[in-house]
Design a protein around this ligand. Structure first.
Ligand code: TXD
Length: 324
């Protein structure tokens, strides 16, 4: 049984289903609710958990002014007619585990939840969050049969936020003044771009010595693992939820923001048939435009190639494992 309270008449009627009411899923529901972006359905296989979270979130509403509904359910039928599906279902990393260790387990979960959710919401777009991100996004796209513009992955917004945080700390400036850019895969081979990262329009390469930029890059690369090892159980969820919420907002409100997104490449950056983090314009139709940065250095372009090669290798491994 789904829990429900009525929405207010002024609200836009977009519906976002979050599949996986775990740490990231529930924090994302809260973020969407607090920004009053859309009606939210929280789905999970654990009996009663999403219903309990939805009740809790509904009771938090009395202190805010948001009027969309938040429902929790274990029945896919209650997710019907969603405009956007956010998939966070799967297992998170435990200390010492790589994202690739999650390949088969999460591959099977992702394939199942994508198929099931699309039965009830065939017109939805899809944001993948489950790790290993770039591989799971490709898998979700394959299983979905949707045009690639409607299937994308969240990682670059989070990795850029981490880079932004560490650059701000190095510079002693508010993190909000830093605009940072990280491309490539979600993992150790991500590609932070200092020359495309700025503080009030000034490239950080003009503000920090190379060794301090490198320190921020290294910490960004291991930003997820640093939190996993501190928490001992599970991984980061507040920043991942906030990053996903920025993508949800741009799509649901048709903002057409440019956000680093795992998108399907068809020749951009010399790469094809792979999902990889690149700057994209996100709007009502999903990925509206993929932006090719014209001034990558040869080292950055090489790093992007290495990143893509590693994603393709994991993808082939995943497809082989899932098909046996
Ligand atoms: O940048 C990024 N993309 C990421 C990715 C940042 C943070 C977390 N990242 C990955 O998201 C992480 O490695 C995991 O693969 C997912 C979810 O992380 P979370 O921390 O939220 O994991 P939880 O708390 O274990 O929640 C997962 C939920 C849990 O409630 C399970 O019961 C549910 O997923 N689950 C399912 N729901 C629906 N259907 C099925 N089959 C299912 N299997 C598990």
């Amino acid at each position: 049984m789904a829990t429900s309270l009525p929405s207010l008449a002024y609200c836009n009627e977009s519906q976002v289903t979050i599949v996986g009411a775990g740490h990231v899923g529930s924090a994302l529901a809260q973020c969407i609710a607090q920004r009053d972006l859309a009606n939210v359905v929280l789905f999970d296989v654990i009996a009663d958990r999403p219903q309990g979270l939805a009740l809790d979130l509904n009771q938090a509403r009395s202190h805010g002014r948001y009027g969309h509904t938040i429902r929790g359910t274990n029945d896919y039928a209650d997710t019907a007619n969603s405009d956007l599906l956010v998939i966070t279902a799967g297992l998170p990393r435990r200390p010492g585990m790589s994202r690739e260790d999650l390949l088969t387990t999460n591959g099977n979960i992702v394939a199942e939840v994508v198929r099931q959710s699309l039965v009830y919401s065939p017109h939805a777009s899809l944001i993948m969050v489950t790790n290993p991100l770039d591989v799971m996004t490709y898998l979700a796209w394959k299983v979905s049969g949707l045009p690639p513009q409607r299937v994308m992955g969240m990682a670059g917004v989070l990795d850029s936020a981490r880079f932004q945080t560490f650059l701000a700390a190095e510079l002693g400036v508010p993190a909000g003044d830093v605009a940072a850019m990280v491309l490539g895969s979600h993992g150790d081979l991500m590609v932070p771009l200092p020359s495309y990262s700025t503080v009030s329009g000034i490239p950080v390469t003009e503000l920090l010595p190379p060794d301090r930029i490198q320190a921020a890059i290294d910490r960004t690369r291991h930003g997820g693992a640093e939190i996993v090892s501190l928490l001992k159980q599970g991984g980061a969820y507040y920043a991942p939820a906030a990053a996903t919420c920025a993508m949800v907002e741009s799509i649901v409100l048709g903002q057409s923001r440019i956000l680093p997104t795992a998108a399907y490449l068809t020749g951009q950056y010399g790469l094809e048939d792979v999902y990889l983090g690149v700057p994209c314009q996100l709007g009502k139709g999903g990925v509206e435009r993929i932006i090719e940065l014209a001034a990558l250095t040869p080292a950055e372009q090489d790093a992007l190639m290495r990143s893509a090669a590693s994603v393709k290798q994991s993808l082939n491994q995943a497809l082989a494992l899932l098909l046996t």
